[in-house]
Structures are given as C-alpha cells and as structure tokens.
Design a binder for this molecule. Structure first.
Ligand SMILES: *Cc1c(COP(=O)(O)O)cnc(C)c1O
Length: 350
C-alpha cells in the first residue's frame, strides 16, 4: 500500500492562504424574498443581473443523482482545462516538482505543466496494446513527483486503461493519480469515481463536452475526496461557472435519457464506421476504441488528411504523436456525416 497523505502534497502557500470571500459565499441561503444589496449588482432584473452560485449547488445536485456520487465531492470548472490547472496550482511547486503522463495522450497536461513551471515526464505506452508500462512509470518517479496522469479511454488511442494497470499505479504511488475520463460514457467499463472512497489518492475528471453534447458551455467536472475538493474550492476563482452555463447544464442534464440515446447512437455508428473502414485498401490498422473516435493507421497520413480536406472533410492528423506514425483520428459523426466520410475515402482508393 502507498503512504499517500494529502497534507504532504499541498503547496505551502496554498495551505497558508485564506480564500477570497465573495458576497454570495458570505450569504449562502439564496431566497428570492431577501433584498440583496451586498454585491454591487445592477438591481434591474434581466435574468442575469445577479452573480451566479459560486458552488453551483443545483448543477452538482443533478450530477450527484446521475452519477450516484456525493455532491460535496464534486468540483466544477470552466472546462476540464480549468480543473486540471487548479490541481497543478494546488499541489505542484513551480521549478521544483514534476508530473508523469502516459504518451501519447491529451496535449493539455503538458501545456499546463509548462505553464505552471512543472517538469513533464512522458512514459510511452506499450506499443502492442497501448497500455501503460508500469515499470517505466515508476522508474521516472522521484520525491518530487506529485501527480501521474492517466487518460481512460485514452485520447488519441481510444482504449480504456485496464483496471489492473490503474490499480498497480494507484496502490504504489504516494502522490495523486489523475484519471481523465472525458470519454467514459462511450466505454463499457465502469467509471473510477466509484473507487474514490477506497483510493483517496485518485482524482477523476469528466466533462460535458463529449457525450453530453455541451462543448460550447465549457463545463469540466472533478471528483475526489472531500479533503482534495476543499483545497481546490479554496483556490478556485469565486464565480468560475457563469450563470448561462449553469442553466444550460441543468436543462440538458435534466433530460438525461436523451443524452443516453445519443450516446448509444454514436456507439452504433462507431461499429458501422469500423466495418466500413476495414474495407478501405489504404487503411492498414483500425485500433479498438472505447471512445467516440477511431484511430486508424494508413499508408500516408499527411497525404490522406489533405485529400480529405480537399473534399471538405476534417479529421485529425496524429502523425506527429508518439507511437502514432501515419495515424489519423476520426470522430464518429451522424449517420449522414459518417456516410460522407466513407464515400470520400472510397473515392480516394487508387
Ligand atoms: C476533449 C477532452 C477533454 C475535454 O476538455 P474540456 O475542456 O472539458 O472541453 C478532456 N480530456 C480529454 C482527454 C479530452 O479529449
């Protein structure tokens, strides 16, 4: 078992500081009968003249029911990017600490590490199955390693990280293990949020940008122990989730059956696309996907990418990612969009 202790990893300045106390923090019970003269707002009602709830209690309460997870162990951010940035700022000392991430994976971890002056150590996935190389990861851990980033299902490879691999890291590492589950709704495996009660060094992030269909409102979600959430709430910008975002999230999450239907349709369409891609002569490999995208290896990724652009179809060229030579990443679209892609690919056959 590891010797994780949250008090050993909070930055000293964060431990010592006091949070900004906003007007809406000091007066919590929002009741329409009160006269609010505390926040220097314009009093004329236009639906958005008041500051939003800094703790987003209505959004968290719906999420809590959907995910069957305690509302007070949820932190919301302006996209996943904000919650990821907050954990760097809470736990990693600039110019001293380091983090480790699997590679290839989501580019923002490295960008946030650079921004926060934290050394970023990459550990290549095993080439044959795109699973983490546990021994390689631990060969890179030292006393200043605060966090290990895992992305499951992983972007851009598409596959879930096996439970045993994650357990092997979580049990052995004394710092935080961040599991980015942006694509978990498309996977058959359960979320790690159910394990947080057993493994206090696990932080899980999710987002409304993918399966839920709300990339435009920017809402990222972080699930963790109460102790971790308390630290992050202390340092987050007071009104980081605007009122329009909160209202739209409540509306869409309130009709979750529709989200589930759309997710199932996307999964069906992924099966269709996989079958159609298998018929294309220059597609050399189709990697298994637990997400809403498919990674394929082709004869010449740069050329195929440009040919598709000429036909008005935009996919992602991952040729420059580790282990992804000549790989393209294709997001699963609607039936119509996927049909157009397949038609375009067929027209490229030599
Ligand atoms: C798309 C994606 C996100 C989502 O980021 P948001 O800022 O919430 O839109 C997070 N992680 C991964 C791995 C992604 O691919």
């Amino acid at each position: 078992m590891n010797s994780f202790n949250i008090n050993n990893i909070i930055r000293p300045n964060v431990k010592a500081m006091k949070a900004y106390s906003s007007a809406r923090d000091e007066f919590q019970e929002i009741n329409d009968d009160f006269v609010f003269l505390d926040a220097n707002e314009n009093p004329f009602n236009n639906g958005l003249n008041r500051y939003p709830d800094p703790l987003q209690r209505n959004v968290k309460s719906i999420l809590s029911k959907i995910k069957n997870f305690p509302a007070n162990q949820i932190l919301l951010g302006n996209g996943s990017d904000e919650v990821l940035d907050l954990i760097f700022r809470a736990f990693c000392e600039p110019n001293q600490d380091n983090v480790i991430a699997i590679s290839p994976s989501y580019g923002m971890y490295g960008v946030l590490a650079n921004l926060n002056a934290i050394e970023y150590r990459k550990s290549l996935l095993n080439e044959e199955n795109f699973q983490p190389n546990i021994e390689d990861i631990f060969s890179k851990v030292d006393d200043n390693t605060k966090m290990i980033f895992l992305c499951s299902p992983n972007n851009p490879t598409g596959e879930i990280i096996k439970r045993d691999s994650i357990l092997g890291i979580v049990n052995r590492f004394n710092g935080l293990v961040i599991i980015d589950e942006a694509y978990i709704d498309f996977a058959m495996e359960p979320s790690w949020i159910n394990e947080i009660k057993n493994y206090p060094n696990v932080i899980v992030t999710q987002t409304l940008s993918k399966a839920v269909g709300l990339a435009g409102i920017r809402l990222g979600i972080l699930y963790a122990s109460q102790e971790i959430i308390d630290v992050l709430i202390k340092i987050k910008p007071p009104y980081n989730i605007n009122q329009l975002t909160q209202l739209k999230a409540i509306e869409i999450l309130g009709n979750y059956d529709k989200v589930v239907d759309e997710t199932n349709t996307i999964i069906e369409q992924k099966d269709f696309l996989e079958q159609a891609l298998a018929e294309i002569s220059f597609v050399e490999k189709i990697y298994p996907s637990d997400a809403n995208f498919i990674l394929i290896k082709v004869d010449n990724a740069n050329e195929r990418y440009n040919q598709l652009i000429e036909k008005g179809i935009v996919i992602r060229n991952r040729n420059n990612d580790d282990l992804c030579e000549n790989c393209l990443r294709i997001t699963v679209g609607t039936e119509d969009e996927n049909g157009k892609l397949v038609e375009a690919l067929n027209s490229l056959k030599y």
